[in-house]
Design a protein around this ligand. Structure first.
Ligand SMILES: [Mg+2]
Length: 332
């Protein structure tokens, strides 16, 4: 049993060590942090909140919750081509949170603060009668004027994604006890992808000057691509057959074709979606090797508006905004 931990003891014991590598954090002993932005660079800032029961499962391991919180934000910085260096944490812990939960949560923060070479430079912790609610603000740097944006896609650009698509959404189903016809190995692999995203922090900065438009895939490939198209005033065609799937996702779709809609529209992938002129292809394949990241061309940018997904016969795949209703004429 535990009493509500004292905020100042929490900060000193659990969080201050995560600030040690950044002098401007002032050891978390002051009201604010001081950020350095070298000449010729821009600060890139993003914030993402996660609520228990909405963005993660209430009984997910606390260290993985902490790491996912960091990683979803680093994914947004990677999409801008930025190198991350600092984060701010605002945490509303339920009144009955235990010291053991907090200690494991802080251990998860520490692990990723170290592995991504960033620092926790400040934040706030409060107590709430509601669900655990976490908000993290992440700071990165990019050469001034060179950040990757959604709005720069051009007609004729090739469309690329990193890694594999659909594992996050299928992983949520697996983590909730679904997909029971799948092997335990595949279910575990998918659930792991849901709980612990792999932001493309090495690849993103390397895409500066190579990619034209970019974003991360967090709300589903088709929907996110739609955002990129709107921002750029273009349309896009995706060839469903070319969308890269993990072995586990391939097994899911092979057993149930309707799951392809989950793959194409589900969230939580945290891969990079970007466009590049055709002549950038060789350079991209070199970057893929150098960053040990698979990159796959899945379609192209077109004149007009909206996202069209084609099957292998060149027929349009109809995808509802949420879930699926019709796929190749099959009823819901
Ligand atoms: Mg994003």
């Amino acid at each position: 049993m535990s009493t509500q931990p004292d905020e100042f003891a929490l900060i000193a014991e659990l969080f201050a060590p995560l600030a040690a590598s950044y002098p401007g954090a002032l050891g978390l002993t002051d009201d604010a942090a001081l950020l350095e932005v070298p000449d010729g660079q821009q600060l890139v800032v993003t914030v993402d909140a996660m609520v228990a029961g909405v963005h993660f499962l209430p009984d997910d391991p606390p260290d993985l919750v902490a790491r996912k919180l960091i990683r979803v934000n680093l994914s947004d910085l990677a999409a801008k081509g930025a190198v991350p260096f600092a984060v701010l944490l605002a945490a509303s812990f339920p009144t009955d949170v235990s010291m053991a939960w907090l200690t494991t949560f802080a251990a998860g923060l520490k692990q990723d603060v170290e592995s991504y070479a960033i620092a926790l430079i400040g934040g706030d912790t409060v107590s709430t009668p509601g669900p655990l609610t976490l908000s993290l603000t992440a700071f990165g740097r990019v050469e001034a004027g060179r950040a990757l944006l959604r709005r720069h896609a051009q007609v004729g650009d090739r469309l690329w994604v990193s890694g594999t698509i659909g594992d996050g959404a299928l992983g949520l189903l697996a983590a909730q006890g679904g997909l029971l016809d799948l092997s335990a190995e595949h279910r575990d692999a998918l659930a792991d992808r849901y709980r612990l995203p792999r932001p493309r922090s090495l690849l993103g900065p390397r895409l500066v000057g190579v990619a034209r438009a970019a974003m991360d895939v967090s709300d589903g490939l088709v929907q996110d691509l739609g955002h990129l198209c709107r921002a750029s005033g273009v349309g896009a065609v995706v060839e469903a057959d070319k969308v890269p799937l993990s072995a586990a996702a391939r097994a899911v779709v092979a057993a149930d074709q309707s799951r392809l809609a989950t793959v194409l529209t589900g969230g939580d992938d945290y891969e990079l979606l970007f466009t590049a002129p055709r002549e950038g292809t060789d350079l991209l394949l070199t970057l893929a090797r150098e960053t040990d990241t698979s990159l796959t061309e899945i379609g192209c940018i077109t004149a007009g508006t909206g996202v069209t997904v084609l099957d292998r016969d060149g027929q349009a795949v109809l995808l509802p905004r949420q879930g699926w209703r019709h796929f190749r004429g099959e009823p819901a």
